[in-house]
Design a protein around this ligand. Sequence first.
Ligand code: PEP
Ligand code: MN
Length: 361
Amino acid sequence: MNIAPLNNWFNNSGKTALIAGPCGAESYQQLSNTLTDLTKNNIRPGFFRAGVWKPRTRPNSFEGKGEEALKWLKDLKKEYSVKTIVEVANAEHAELALKYGVDALWIGARTTGNPFSVQEIADVLKKVTVPVLIKNPIHADLQLWLGAIERIANSGITQLAAIHRGFYVYGKTKYRNKPFWQIPIELRTLVPQLPLFCDPSHIGGSVDLIAPISQKALDLGFDGLMIETHFNPAQALSDAQQQVTPFQLNKILEDLICRQKTDLNDNDKTKLHELRNIIDDIDEDLLNLLKKRILVIEEIANYKKTNHIAIFQLERWQEIIRTRAKLADKLGLNRQHVEKICQLLHEESIKHQNSIMNKLS
Ligand code: PEP
Ligand code: MN
């Protein structure tokens, strides 16, 4: 994929690349008040965001002001000398946004999951040069995210970035959308040159989670943040509980710690090298232990086969979980983490026993 470096197209005047603005464009006055408060708090986002078409889960919610809001953004971008970005969900949105001089587009989570919609947007973009940011799809499917990025890249767009906004999970969690950080990390491994943004607003769903999620994203090497801000969140017509005031946003940005990515000094390099050598040795020990474990499992499988004993024994499995959880507590290890590891070991053990016991002989 041909992807331009972020600093070629993104004006970063702070600690990290920042996209900020309200969830939705509600009125000219609301946008103007928010921009005024951003200026008062010395925040100059690389792009001012505002949803013009709002994809809402239920009807009869605020669904955005459409074309009318594009006119407000056109006037305000001159008045405040700020670049603008809106969400597009189909070809018509993309055409209208470009007609009104919007500077960048983002594809929302609901659209990323629909290859037909992404393709029709990509077809409109064949004729233009515009930055496009692609949110992850609603559910945790890296291939679907990658597919949307490839479709846009295939249309000739090089000013590309991905936005991590978390994933829907059934049931109650402390997040509105669970982050599953390993998915954006995997995306980075597959497409290292693709800039990564984090949207802590839609991950967290509440004001108090914006700072810790932003910090975590920066610590994981994300290149920028997209944060919802509104001059008066209590009156917001959508996502009121997660929008921060420009004043709060300034405080969040001030408190962010930007740790160095690669420019390590010689001391850091030596110390890290030593510690990483220790980790390498520990991993080697762990793998040797796994090999030992597999050899014992093979003996168990042969024994069960000879003596007609079923592979899965519920009591034994319950005993493993119980004793390992107890040991985890005693050692001060995270119990859930240890349970997950046991689960993986058990799955592999069953697979292995199955292949031995059901081998045709
Ligand atoms: C938004 O950014 O306001 C939005 C609708 O986000 P998402 O597509 O992540 O739900
Ligand atoms: Mn929103």
